[in-house]
Design a binder for this molecule. Structure first.
Ligand SMILES: C=C(O[C@@H]1C=C(C(=O)O)C=C[C@H]1O)C(=O)O
Length: 427
C-alpha cells in the first residue's frame, strides 16, 4: 500500500518465534529487503504495510533545514496513535517498527519511511515475528515460508565517477585553501563510484557478506540504501541514549607491527585529533538542550574494523522529558563527522564542490518502534542499489593539515566495504 499524510489504522502483532537460523538474512525473500543488523542481532523486514515518501525541499532552502525529520516524526506519531498493537514480547524492536532513510541534504530526493508487513527480530537470545496488516485478518504465529533462492551477483563493470581522482584531489586542495583562508575549520568531502551488474543485484548477498565481515558495524538496507556503517548516530532504549562518534582514519596494517604503528600514529596525530574533536563538539552542542547527564570521555579510543581504524568516542546520556529519538536525529544531523564546521558553511561548500548529489549517503538510516526505542546510524560504507546498478559513496574529513593524496587513499579504503561485498565471494 502506498502512503498518505494521514497514515492508515494498522493492526500489529508480535509473537515469540522458535528460530534456529544462523542469520536473520536467511529469512528475507528477494525484492526490497529491510534490515538493521549488528553482532548477530537486529531486525529484518519485508513487504510494505505502509510507506511515506518525504518531499525534498525547494532549491535555496537552508542546508540545515529539518522539515523532513519533523514531518516524519509527526507521521509516525499518528501511525502509532492509530495502530492497534498486541505485543507478546515487549523488547526494543517489537510492536510497530518503522524503518527510515533520510537524505544528507534537505533538497535531495530519497527520504522515506517504510513499515514492513513482516518483521523478524532477535535480541538477547529471543526471536520474534511481527506482522502488520491494514485489514482485519488473523496474524500467523509461524513464519510464512516463501524464501526464494539467493541469486549470485555475477560480473561487475565500473563506470565513470562524478569527478575523476585528479579532479577530486583538486577539490580537496581548494577546500584546504578555503580552510587555511579562515572561511571554515573542517569539511567532509565525498566521492562516488558506479557499479553495474548484468542482472538486478540481490541485496541479500550484500547483507550476508557485510554482516559477516563487519559484525560490530550496523549492516543496513532501507529503501535501496545498503551498507555496513560503523557510526551510530544514536540508540534509544527507554530514556537512555548512546552514540558513537567517529572521525580520524588510518588503513589497517599489513602485519601486526605495521597495524599497531598506524594505530599509534592515529592516536598521536594533531590533525586527526582536531578532526575528531570538531565532530565530538558538534554532537555536544546539538545534544546539549535535549539530554541530561551527557557523558563524553575526554580522549578518543581506537576502533579497528576489517578495512580501516578510526578514532572513536562512545557517548552516553539520558533523554530529557518529552524529547524523542527523531528530535535528537534532527538536531544531530549533520554532525561534523560527515558535514563540517561551521555546519552551514561546510554544507554549502560540499554542495558546490563534490559534483554529485549525496542522496541518502551520510544521512541518518535506521528504525524506531512504537515505544520510541530506536537505532539510527549514519549511512556510510554504503551504496544506493537500484536494479542492476549500485552507486557507491565514500568521503573523509578535510582540515587545514590534510593531504589530498592521503584523503584519496582513505576514500579507497572506505569504498572497499561495498566494492568487496559486490565482487568478492570470500569478503
Ligand atoms: C565520511 C565517511 O566517514 C566519516 C569520516 C571519517 C574521517 O574523516 O576520518 C571517519 C569516519 C566517518 O565519520 C565515509 O565513510 O564516507
Amino acid at each position: 500500500m502506498n502512503c498518505a499524510l494521514t497514515p492508515p489504522k494498522l493492526a500489529v502483532r508480535t509473537v515469540e518465534l522458535r528460530d534456529r537460523a544462523e542469520s536473520l538474512v536467511h529469512h528475507l525473500p528477494a525484492g526490497a529487503p529491510l534490515a538493521w543488523l549488528s553482532e548477530g542481532e537486529g531486525v529484518v523486514g519485508w513487504g510494505e504495510a505502509v510507506r511515506l515518501d518525504l518531499s525534498p525541499q525547494p532549491q535555496g532552502t537552508s542546508p540545515v533545514d529539518t522539515t523532513r525529520f519533523s514531518e516524519a516524526a509527526r507521521w509516525i506519531d499518528d501511525l502509532v496513535a492509530r495502530a492497534s498493537v498486541t505485543d507478546e514480547v515487549g523488547l526494543p524492536g517489537t510492536g510497530l517498527v518503522t524503518f527510515g532513510t533520510f537524505t544528507f541534504a534537505p533538497t535531495s530526493h530519497g527520504s522515506a519511511l517504510v513499515v514492513p508487513q513482516v518483521l523478524v527480530g532477535r535480541r538477547d537470545g529471543r526471536t520474534w515475528l511481527t506482522t502488520v496488516t491494514d485489514t482485519p485478518c488473523t496474524h500467523p504465529r509461524e513464519l510464512p515460508h516463501h524464501r526464494s533462492p539467493i541469486r549470485p551477483i555475477g560480473p561487475i563493470t565500473w563506470q565513470e565517477s562524478s569527478l575523476t581522482a585528479r579532479e577530486w584531489k583538486e577539490a580537496v586542495s581548494d577546500t584546504i585553501a578555503h580552510i587555511r583562508g579562515g572561511e571554515l575549520e573542517k569539511a567532509v568531502l565525498a566521492r562516488d563510484a558506479v557499479a553495474r551488474a548484468e542482472d538486478p543485484i540481490d541485496v541479500r548477498v550484500l547483507l550476508e557478506r557485510l554482516r559477516r565481515r563487519f559484525p560490530s558495524c550496523f549492516t543496513f538496507s532501507v529503501d535501496g540504501m545498503v551498507g555496513a556503517t560503523p557510526e551510530l548516530l544514536l540508540r534509544r532504549e527507554g530514556d537512555r541514549m548512546t552514540s558513537l562518534v567517529l572521525a580520524g582514519t588510518r588503513p589497517r596494517g599489513q602485519d601486526h607491527e605495521h597495524d599497531r604503528a598506524l594505530g599509534e600514529d592515529l592516536l598521536a596525530s594533531a590533525k586527526d585529533d582536531q578532526e575528531h574533536h570538531l565532530a565530538v563538539d558538534s554532537l555536544r552542542v546539538a545534544l546539549g538542550p535535549l539530554v541530561e547527564e551527557l557523558d563524553i570521555p575526554r580522549a578518543p579510543e581506537l576502533l579497528r574494523l576489517a578495512n580501516v581504524q578510526h578514532l572513536a568516542t562512545h557517548v552516553g546520556a539520558r533523554f530529557a522529558e518529552g524529547v524523542s529519538a527523531l528530535d535528537a536525529v534532527a538536531a544531530l544531523h549533520p554532525t561534523a563527522a560527515v558535514g563540517g564546521t561551521p555546519t552551514e558553511a561546510a554544507m554549502r561548500l560540499i554542495a558546490g564542490t563534490e559534483g554529485m548529489d549525496r542522496g541518502g549517503y551520510a544521512g541518518p538510516v535506521g528504525w524506531i518502534d512504537g515505544d520510541g526505542n530506536a537505532e539510527w546510524g549514519i549511512a556510510l560504507r554504503c551504496a544506493r542499489v537500484e536494479g542492476a546498478r549500485a552507486h557507491l559513496f565514500a568521503g573523509g574529513g578535510i582540515v587545514a593539515g590534510s593531504d589530498p593524496e592521503a584523503e584519496l587513499a582513505e576514500t579507497e579504503s572506505k569504498f572497499r566495504v561495498i566494492r568487496e561485498a559486490l565482487t568478492d565471494p570470500d569478503a
